[in-house]
Design a protein around this ligand. Sequence first.
Ligand code: SER
Length: 318
Amino acid sequence: MKKIIVTGATGQIGSVLTPALRQRYGAENVVAAGHKRKPGGTLLTSGAYITLDVRDRGALDTYVREYNVGTIYHLAALLSASAEKQPQLAWEINMGGLTNVLEVARIYGCAVFHPSSIGAFGPTAPRINTPQESIQRPQTMYGITKVSAELLCDYYFERFGVDTRGVRYPGLISHETSPGGGTTDYAVDIFYAALRQESYTCYLAPGTCLDMMYMPDAVRAAVDLMEADPKRLRFRNAYNITAMSFAPEEIYSAIKKHIPDFIMNYEVDAVRQAVADSWPDRMDDSAARSQWGWQPEYDLASLTADMLARLSAKLSLS
Ligand code: SER
């Protein structure tokens, strides 16, 4: 089989997706590509690992040829809050990286998975049941790179026949690797505070509803979409997918059911609040459900129980 390469393999999604792909397709068929973060867990030992800056097209080209790559899961990117701090760098990494991936994919006939985000919508899109096809005028650099990426994926599919596929991920919650630099990170950080018996200060205001998803669902979505029958896929930019929608006080109450003494207070960070306020509350993911069978498994209650169990095991080991 042609090999798979995962860029951003040490990141929040990559550190879980890479082992899942290795298990599914064979460890020898999945090359993990990381850059700044140190590879944790078994990423280094369970298969090939390379260091790659996605802005370096020459290096990417060489690896794709050397490993005979047929599919690229391109995850390397800056998240929303980091992108607001360094907008020029965010453009370079998010768009420069994708341009390189698509060009190499065009030349060598690779399929490409690219994660878009709720951040690809802006304040003028409907916030409730945000349609698959809707106005996309984000006001953050992260969102601008995501919309541009979606358009570029469409273009490479229509113009060059590159098999591009993508999803608009909501905030992702995982016990493996912390997201780092996102607006939805509070929904991960809160679990660490609760288990360490600390109080948590939330940087988003009460009532800030956002789409969210547990990492096992996010990983399954990527794999299912890449395995889906191409004839059924009407969208090559990105599919809305969601699993749940909640505000900080709701995840707080879900955790409090397990840890009754847990305390949360608020200290709103204006930048991240403005970003969150411009994103959907709940996307309509019916296109993904009907075209490739998207169906989340975890809701807020089951996510909370699983996160607490797995994270407490991890923290007691560390
Ligand atoms: N979780 C991402 C962020 O907060 C959104 O895609 O930046």
